[in-house]
Structure formats: C-alpha cells, structure tokens
Design a protein around this ligand. Structure first.
Ligand SMILES: NC(=O)c1ccc[n+]([C@@H]2O[C@H](COP(=O)([O-])OP(=O)(O)OC[C@H]3O[C@@H](n4cnc5c(N)ncnc54)[C@H](O)[C@@H]3O)[C@@H](O)[C@H]2O)c1
Length: 260
C-alpha cells in the first residue's frame, strides 16, 4: 500500500531493533521516509540497520541507548536534526512488559515500567513536539498502547496502567499540539507475534490465537500498516484517538455458560 504524505518525512522510532518498531521502520522506508531507529540493544539494532541499509541506502540511522533516559532523548533528537535537518513523525514504541504478582511487585520494578513506558514517551513527545512546533509544518505522534490498557489482566497491573495512561496522553495532548497541526494518536495492539512473545511462548500463535475470534494473532506488519495510516495525509483529521488492532479480541463478551 502506498501512503500519501510519508515521502521525504523524517521519523524517530524507539525500541525499533526488532518487533513492531522494526516493522514500522521498514514500512516507513518503503514509503520514502528517513528513519532514526533507537534501541537499547546495540547488537540487535546494528543488525537491523544492516538489513535496512541494504534495501534503503542512506535513509536510515541508528541511535543506541535507553529510551527511558532523558539525556538520551535529548541526544537522540539532536542527532536526528543533525542527520536529516527535520523531524516530522515520532513513535515512542519502546516498552517493557513486566509481569509480577501485585503483592510482591517491587518499587524498583514499578519505576522501571513507568520510566520507559510513560516517562520516556512523555519526554520524547515533549522534546520533538517543540521541534515540530518551531518547524511550522505540522507533525504526527503515534503512541504504542495495548489492549491491556483497556482490560485488566492478572500480574500486569503496572504495565496496564502505563498503557491506559498512554491513551489518555493521546487525548490530553490534543490541546497542546493540535494548534500546530500536530496529531497525536495511539495504537492498542492485541496479542502480536514478535521475536520476544515467541520466546516467552514458543506456540504463541496457537496459544493466543484461541482468544481471538478469527483464531489469528497479530503480526508486527499489522501494527505497522495502522501506524503508517495514522502518519499519512489520510489521517490528518484523526486526533486524540486510540485504534485497537486485536483481530476482534476485545470486541467480544462472554456469557456465564461460556465459563463451563
Ligand atoms: N508484542 C505484543 O504482543 C504487544 C502487544 C501490545 C502492546 N505491545 C507494545 O508494543 C511495543 C513494541 O512491542 P514489541 O513486542 O515489538 O517489543 P519488544 O519487547 O520485542 O522490544 C522491541 C525492542 O525494544 C528494545 N528495547 C527494550 N527496552 C528498551 C529501552 N529501554 N530503550 C530502547 N529500546 C528498548 C528491545 O531491545 C527490542 O529490540 C511495546 O511498547 C509493547 O508494550 C506489544
């Protein structure tokens, strides 16, 4: 699919060495954008760069570091401006899924989840929003929420809280960013087959597919296509929204007899 308004734009994507972030980077490049991919894992992101550079020479750069670190965010933004002289799209995709019993969850674990999923996203959008505002050409923000931001699941309270907060962040930031033609939306992926989720559960597609009406789990490219739409000219009037991409998982309810 060709998306209008992507060509020659410049995007920052965090946590893009693999999984959903990598798929977004690849689709952006296919549509003519330049991308800066960030990841905390040097080896993973450098390998990602090698595969992307092969297909899209001189269109992709890497910035290694922790997307929860405010100093890193500052350097990432400055690096992007130095490389490409503009910023149009920002996708704070890096997120940590930390499972843990509520009664045993530690303050340092809580800080880690909040630090990356929320604080990292907030300050990256603040920093890039300022640049897009000054450039005067509008811009796009796509936050990476989750269906756990809509429904509660055992052992995922801190993570789910951050994913619900990102949906509120999209709504709330409309006030600050819409006057500058910057839209801010979120994607809420359902069960998505990535390198990480497959490692956690080797038969991921079979196990998690049971929860989805179509029987099919999501793939990174499903989230990438949704993201590209939200970044494209066609989505210019969509603002403050969360798009659930879960194959219908959260659309269905259960009767008491379903529990038998
Ligand atoms: N995969 C799913 O089923 C699913 C479902 C709902 C929401 N999400 C959300 O989508 C986003 C991407 O998910 P994924 O499964 O593709 O990710 P992932 O866990 O596979 O991680 C992708 C990359 O992020 C990097 N990363 C981790 N911590 C980082 C940090 N502090 N700074 C920079 N990079 C870091 C990792 O090294 C990895 O290469 C996350 O925010 C996740 O919460 C995923």
């Amino acid at each position: 699919m060709i998306y209008n308004g992507i060509e020659d734009k410049v995007a920052i994507i965090t946590g893009a060495g693999m999984g959903i972030g990598y798929a977004i980077a690849e689709l952006l490049l296919q549509n003519g954008a330049c991308v800066v991919i960030n990841d905390v894992d040097k080896e993973v992101v450098e390998n990602a760069l090698i595969s992307l550079e092969e297909k899209f020479p001189d269109k992709c750069s890497v910035f290694v570091g922790d997307a929860a670190d405010i100093d890193l965010i500052d350097r990432l933004v400055r690096f992007t401006l130095k490389q490409y002289n503009r910023i149009d799209f920002v996708i704070p995709n890096a997120g940590i899924t930390l499972f843990g019993d509520f009664f045993k969850f530690k303050p340092e674990e809580f800080d880690k989840v909040i630090g990356l999923n929320l604080k990292g996203a907030f300050f990256l959008v603040q920093k890039t929003g300022e640049i897009m505002k000054t450039q005067g050409r509008g811009g796009r923000v796509v936050l990476m929420s989750s269906i756990t931001g809509i429904k509660g699941y055992p052992d995922l309270t801190a993570y789910s809280m951050t994913k619900a907060a990102l949906q509120m962040m999209a709504r709330s930031l409309v006030l600050a960013l819409a006057p500058y033609q910057i839209t801010v939306n979120a994607i809420a992926p359902g069960a998505t087959l990535t390198e990480r989720t497959e490692k956690e559960e080797p038969d991921y597609a079979g196990t998690w597919g049971k929860l989805i009406p179509s029987g099919v789990v999501g793939e990174p490219k499903d989230m990438a296509e949704t993201c590209l739409f939200l970044l494209s000219d066609g989505a210019a009037h969509i603002n403050g929204q969360t798009l659930v991409v879960d194959g219908g998982w959260t659309a269905i309810g259960r009767y008491p007899k379903d529990l038998d």
